[in-house]
Write a new protein. Structure first.
Lengths: 341, 325
C-alpha cells in the first residue's frame, strides 16, 4: 500500500511559543467550549440522544497538546473525546451529525458520541471502554517507529483509566521498546462519579511512570501555556527517538460525568466547582494574551462570535442530515477484501 | 508438493508472508528466542530479526491492542496468544475494538490483524489450557474465524489471513500440530475463506467437522464403512466465518442426515448454529433430527480418563449415526 510521505512538525524540538501559536491555542479552546456548550444544550432539550461526556473545563489540555501535532501524528481518545477531535481540526458538522446519529456523521450514525474517529486527521477513535486506548496507541507508535516516520502518538486517558490493566500493559511495553508515544493523563479528579482519593492511593498519576522506567511529569492542566511547554518537550523527546513520557495534566470537569449538570451533586461540593472555575483555562489564557498584547478583548469577542456562528452552521448541517436508511444496517461489518493481493 | 507437519506448514506461511510484505511483523509471548510454545515461530527471529519477530511481556490485552493500533496505522501484524484460553484476557480488545471499529467508524478504520491461538484438549493441561472456544468467537460479527484441519490448509489459510483487511482469529488445534500432509510449495498458494471441502464422499449421512474434529469424523466414516455398511460423507468447514452453508446443504440434500462433530461445548455452541441453519434450509430433506457430537458440558478435567471421556470420539460419532437409522 503506498503511503503518503509523513509530515513532521518543525524538526525534533518544540516549536517556539510565538504570538500565532498563542492565538491558535486560544482559538482551539474557544472552539471546544462553544462546541460542548451547544452540544449540552441540545442534549438537555432532548435533541441529541444517548450519553454525552462533555469536555468543558479541560480545554487547555487538548489545545496545548494538539497544536504540536500534524495529521500524521495519531491520537487515541476517550469517552470524553469531543475536545480532542475539535482541537485536532475535526469537522464540526460531521461531529454534530454523529451526535445526532445522522448519516452525515463521521460514523454515519453508527458510532455516536463515544466512538467518533477521523483517520485522515490521525484521530484513531474515541472509545466507550475506559482504558481501551493505551494498547492501541502503542501499536500506532510501534508503526511509526518501525517505518521511521518521526511521527508520534498521543494517548489521552483519565485518572480512572490509569487503574485499568491495559494502561499498565501498554506503559510497560512502550518503555521496554522505546516507543514514540506520550501517555497524556487528563486527571480531572474523578473516575466517573468517584473522586480520585477514593479510587487510588496516590495523588499524582505521574508517579506511576517510575514503575515503567519512563519520565513522569505533572503539569497544571488549566494553564494552556504550561501544557503547551510540557507536552512539547515530551513530544520532541518522542520524535528524537528517546521513548515515552507520562504527562499528567491536573484539570477539572465542570459538568457531570454524563450530561451538563455539575452542581448540587452528591460526589462533590459546589464550592469546589466554583474554586476551579476561578481558574478557568480560557479566562487564564485570555488575560495573558491581553497582558502580552497578543489579542485585545474586542478581538477575543469577535473570535467567539465567529466560532459560535461556525458551531451553529455545523448544527444546522447536522440537523439537515438524513437518518441512515435501514439498508445501511448491514454495511461495513466486514472490510471488502479483494481476495489475494 | 512437500510432506510436512502442520507446525512446519504454519511456519512456512509466516516466513513467506514476512518475506513478501514488509508491513508484516509478529508479536507474542516467547515467539522469538524460545521459538513459540508449539515451535511454530522457531527460527524466525534469527532470520528476520527482533524488529519483526518481537518477544512481548505476558500481557494479552496489551499485545492484541498493540496489534490493533499497528493495523490501524497501516501495518499487517500477527499476534500469537499461546492458547485460546488466554484470549479471555484480551477479550475487550478483540470484541470491542477489532470486531467493531470498522462498523462503528463508517468503514474508516480497517484492522488487518491475524490473531493465532492454539486450541483444544487432549494433553492433560486441565480447564484453563484445554478448551475450544471457536463457537464463542464465531458469535461476533466482524471477525473471521479460521480453523484448519491439515497442513496444506494451515499454510494456505494462514497466508490468506494476512491478505484480509479484517481481523482473523486463526485457531490451531494442538492435536494437529504434528499431523503430516502434502503441502504445495508455491509461495502464491492460498486457500480462500468460506469454501468447505468434501473430505470423503458418501451417500448415507453427512458428518460435519472442522479443525480437530474432522479427524474424528473421518475415522468414524471409515469405521461405519467397514463395520456397519454405512457410507458417510465428511465435510471440513475450514472457516466458520465466513461459513460455507452451500456445501453443507448440498450434501444434506443428498444424504438426508447430518451429524455435527465439535470439541467445543454443545450448549450454545457452534454445532447448534449449524443444526439450526440445516433445519432452516433443508428441513424437508431430513430423515432424522440433526445430531451433535460435542465436548461434554464440563470444565476440562485433568485426569486422563476423564479428559478422554469429556472429548468427542469417533465411537461417539458412530453411535450418533447409527441412532439415526
Amino acid at each position: 500500500m503506498p503511503r503518503r510521505k509523513s509530515k513532521v512538525a518543525d524538526g525534533t524540538n518544540p516549536p517556539a511559543l510565538t504570538d500565532d501559536v498563542l492565538r491558535d491555542i486560544f482559538e482551539r479552546m474557544v472552539r471546544i467550549r462553544s462546541f460542548e456548550e451547544e452540544a449540552g444544550k441540545l442534549m438537555e432539550s432532548g435533541r441529541i440522544p444517548g450519553a454525552l461526556h462533555l469536555y468543558v473545563g479541560e480545554e487547555a489540555v487538548a489545545a496545548g497538546v494538539m497544536v504540536h501535532l500534524t495529521d500524521d501524528d495519531q491520537i487515541t481518545s476517550t469517552h470524553r473525546g469531543h475536545g480532542h477531535l475539535v482541537a485536532k481540526g475535526g469537522d464540526l458538522g460531521r461531529m454534530y451529525a454523529e451526535l445526532f446519529g445522522k448519516a452525515g456523521g463521521y460514523c454515519k450514525g453508527k458510532g455516536g458520541s463515544m466512538h467518533i474517529s477521523d483517520v485522515e486527521k490521525g484521530m484513531l477513535g474515541a472509545n466507550g471502554i475506559v482504558g481501551a486506548g493505551p494498547p492501541i496507541a502503542i501499536g500506532a507508535a510501534f508503526s511509526n517507529k518501525y517505518r521511521g516516520t518521526g511521527n508520534v502518538t498521543v494517548c489521552f486517558f483519565g485518572d480512572g483509566a490509569s487503574n485499568e490493566g491495559t494502561f499498565h500493559e501498554a506503559a510497560n511495553m512502550a518503555a521496554l521498546y522505546g516507543l514514540p508515544v506520550i501517555f497524556l493523563c487528563e486527571n480531572n479528579g474523578f473516575g466517573e462519579y468517584t473522586r480520585q482519593d477514593r479510587h487510588q492511593a496516590i495523588r499524582d498519576v505521574a508517579d506511576r511512570a517510575a514503575g515503567y522506567g519512563m519520565p513522569g511529569v505533572v503539569v497544571d492542566g488549566m494553564d494552556a501555556v504550561a501544557v503547551y511547554e510540557t507536552a512539547g518537550e515530551a513530544i520532541a523527546r518522542a520524535r528524537r527517538g528517546e521513548g515515552p513520557t507520562l504527562v499528567e495534566a491536573k484539570t477539572y470537569r465542570y459538568f457531570d460525568h454524563v450530561g451538563v449538570r455539575g452542581m448540587g451533586v452528591v460526589y462533590r461540593d459546589d464550592s469546589e466547582v466554583l474554586e476551579w472555575r476561578k481558574r478557568d483555562p480560557i479566562d487564564l489564557l485570555g488575560s495573558r494574551l491581553e497582558e502580552l498584547g497578543v489579542m485585545t478583548r474586542e478581538q477575543m469577542d469577535t473570535l467567539q462570535e465567529r466560532v459560535l456562528f461556525e458551531v451553529r452552521e455545523a448544527i444546522a448541517f447536522a440537523e439537515a442530515s438524513p437518518d441512515p436508511t435501514p439498508d445501511q444496517l448491514l454495511e461495513d461489518v466486514y472490510t471488502v477484501t479483494a481476495g489475494a493481493r | 508438493m512437500v510432506e510436512m507437519r502442520m507446525r512446519d506448514a504454519l511456519r512456512e506461511a509466516l516466513r513467506e508472508e514476512l518475506l513478501r510484505d514488509e508491513r508484516v511483523f509478529l508479536l507474542g509471548e516467547d515467539i522469538g528466542l524460545y521459538g513459540g510454545s508449539y515451535t511454530v515461530t522457531k527460527g524466525l527471529l534469527d532470520e528476520f530479526g527482533a524488529k519483526r519477530v518481537i518477544d512481548t511481556p505476558i500481557a494479552e490485552s496489551g499485545i492484541v491492542g498493540a496489534g490493533i493500533g499497528a493495523a490501524m496505522a497501516g501495518m499487517r501484524p500477527m499476534v500469537e496468544l499461546m492458547t485460546i484460553n488466554f484470549s479471555f484476557l484480551a477479550m475487550d480488545q478483540i470484541v470491542n475494538n477489532a470486531a467493531k471499529l470498522h462498523y462503528m467508524s463508517n468503514g474508516q478504520i480497517n484492522i488487518p490483524l491475524v490473531i493465532r491461538m492454539a486450541s483444544g484438549g487432549g494433553s492433560q493441561l486441565a480447564a484453563t489450557h484445554s478448551h475450544s472456544l471457536e463457537g464463542m468467537y464465531a458469535h461476533f460479527p466482524g471477525l473471521r474465524i479460521v480453523c484448519p484441519s491439515n497442513p496444506a490448509d494451515g499454510k494456505g489459510l494462514l497466508k490468506r489471513a494476512f491478505r484480509d483487511d479484517n481481523t482473523v482469529i486463526f485457531i490451531e488445534h494442538t492435536a494437529n500440530y504434528s499431523l503430516k500432509g502434502e503441502v504445495p510449495d508455491d509461495e502464491d498458494y492460498l486457500v480462500e475463506f468460506g469454501k468447505a471441502t468434501v473430505v470423503r464422499e458418501g451417500t448415507d449421512v453427512t458428518l460435519i467437522g472442522y479443525s480437530g474434529s474432522v479427524h474424528q469424523a473421518t475415522r468414524a466414516a471409515t469405521m461405519l464403512a467397514e463395520q456397519e455398511d454405512v457410507d458417510a460423507e465428511v465435510i471440513d468447514l475450514r472457516t466458520l466465518r465466513p461459513l460455507d452453508m452451500d456445501t453443507v446443504i448440498a450434501s444434506v440434500k443428498k444424504t438426508n442426515r447430518a451429524v455435527v462433530v465439535e470439541d467445543d461445548w454443545k450448549f450454545g455452541g457452534f454445532g447448534g448454529e449449524l443444526s439450526a441453519q440445516i433445519m432452516e434450509q433443508a428441513f424437508d430433506w431430513l430423515d432424522a433430527p440433526v445430531a451433535r457430537v460435542s465436548g461434554k458440558d464440563v470444565p476440562m478435567p485433568y485426569n486422563r480418563n476423564l479428559e478422554f471421556a469429556a472429548l468427542p470420539s469417533e465411537e461417539d460419532v458412530v453411535d450418533a449415526v447409527l441412532s439415526m437409522f
